[in-house]
Design a protein around this ligand. Structure first.
Ligand SMILES: Nc1ncnc2c1ncn2[C@@H]1O[C@H](COP(=O)(O)OP(=O)(O)OP(=O)(O)O)[C@@H](O)[C@H]1O
Length: 366
């Protein structure tokens, strides 16, 4: 699968630009702030129906305009897939496949497998557990649509249970039978979600380790662990044990919405003890494992977006990554960098065909 061409209209700082892409490696090169990442984000938008960088959809419309359109043609199993994403101020976002509107964006999930590697992935290390849960949930959802539906349903029930706990506290009243109705429904969803996360990570961690060892030449000793209260107790046991706490804090303090991933370097949190380059290598291995996993599940190499690939990594690690993505297992790749000579010389060294698009400050593209 690959992206043949794209037209971007009024998306962030891009007024109206079109590109015809190479099937393998495409590089956007230019000074800081010219819009290289925005082009990658437009590509991401077509796969996920949203921006990777700015969740406020309206803020992705170019300043002083009132709509954006991203229009792309992919080649998927030798068939053209025409995807259009658009947003007009005051209207609902539109996502179309071959001229037909999606009612539910989640139905589009997984059609265009895509993995992005960007400096903002650092949030996975820096931010709270929700960011890490979102990461594994998005990978699992890409290959299992029922998982996404289970998660949505689970979240809905947790919100309702929380509202009930609040209501009880405000009215100085408690009805165990009503809480139990919610508990039973949540228990039915929590266990399969936990099992899916667990079995996903059992398969995922060895792939992560493989990529990490390749990038770092086995230099850093890292670990990735699944932290969940459900490892030791059932949801029903947890509900019983934590009911007094839940009533006191007026929300549900146990469940798979508290799960986390632990990222470790030599047995310690990488957030506190990893250098910037070690953290970046960890994140790249994580994303390459995501790539590998999706590819195995779908039998299609996802598109790979590499934003600011060279930032914070030494030349050895960059070369290792490029050698890796040069393998036949990888498909179409988009790279952004600020130095044209550096990009050219590294890509020449791996003897792969590539196309360079020079992005200029005034938004004229060569
Ligand atoms: N809605 C918007 N309207 C207009 N410009 C926007 C909008 N959203 C973001 N921008 C601008 O896009 C520019 C950032 O572009 P981008 O992040 O793609 O740069 P880049 O070429 O990747 O830079 P770097 O090399 O620093 O990573 C900024 O100048 C930002 O102000």
């Amino acid at each position: 699968m690959y992206l043949k061409r794209i037209n971007i209209l009024n998306f962030k700082n891009i007024s109206d630009k079109s590109f015809d892409f190479h099937q393998r490696i495409n590089c956007f090169v230019g000074f800081n702030g010219v819009g290289k990442t925005n082009i990658l984000d437009a590509i991401y938008y077509m796969a996920y129906g949203k921006s990777y960088f700015n969740p406020v959809a309206l803020q992705n419309i170019k300043h002083n305009t009132d709509f954006f359109v991203i229009d792309g043609t992919f080649s998927l199993q030798d068939k053209d897939e025409h995807i259009v994403c658009s947003l007009k101020k005051g209207q609902k976002k539109i996502l179309k496949r071959n001229g037909k509107n999606y009612d539910r964006f989640s139905d589009h999930f997984g059609l265009i497998p895509l993995v992005i590697i960007s400096p903002s992935d650092a949030d996975l290390i820096i931010e709270g557990s929700e960011t890490r849960r979102k990461f594994i949930d998005s990978v699992i959802s890409q290959m299992d649509n029922s998982y996404l539906q289970q998660l949505i349903q689970y979240q809905k029930l947790i919100s309702q249970r929380n509202a009930l706990l609040k209501n009880f506290a405000q009215n100085n009243y408690f009805d165990p039978a009503t809480i139990e109705i919610y508990n039973e429904q949540i228990e039915l969803l929590a266990q399969p979600i936990f099992e899916k996360r667990k079995s996903f990570l059992e398969g995922f961690v060895p792939i992560f380790n493989k990529y990490h060892q390749l990038i770092t030449d086995n230099h850093d000793d890292v670990d990735l662990k699944y932290d969940s209260q459900l490892h030791d107790k059932t949801m029903s046991e947890l509900f019983k044990e934590f009911l007094p706490k839940d009533r006191a804090v007026q929300y549900t303090s146990v469940g798979i919405h508290k799960d986390d991933l632990l990222f470790e370097l030599s047995g310690h949190p990488i957030k506190k003890f990893g250098s910037q380059g070690q953290q970046k290598s960890f994140l790249i291995a994580l994303k390459l494992a995501q790539f590998d996993f999706i590819k195995k599940q779908k039998g299609i190499a996802p598109i790979l977006l590499f934003d600011d690939i060279f930032d914070k990594l030494d030349e050895n690690r960059v070369r290792k990554i490029l050698e890796l993505v040069n393998l036949d297992t990888f498909g179409q790749i988009f790279i952004s960098d600020t130095h044209v000579e550096r990009t050219e010389s590294l890509l020449n060294s791996i003897h792969q065909e590539f196309e360079i698009f020079k992005i200029q400050e005034d938004n004229n593209f060569n």
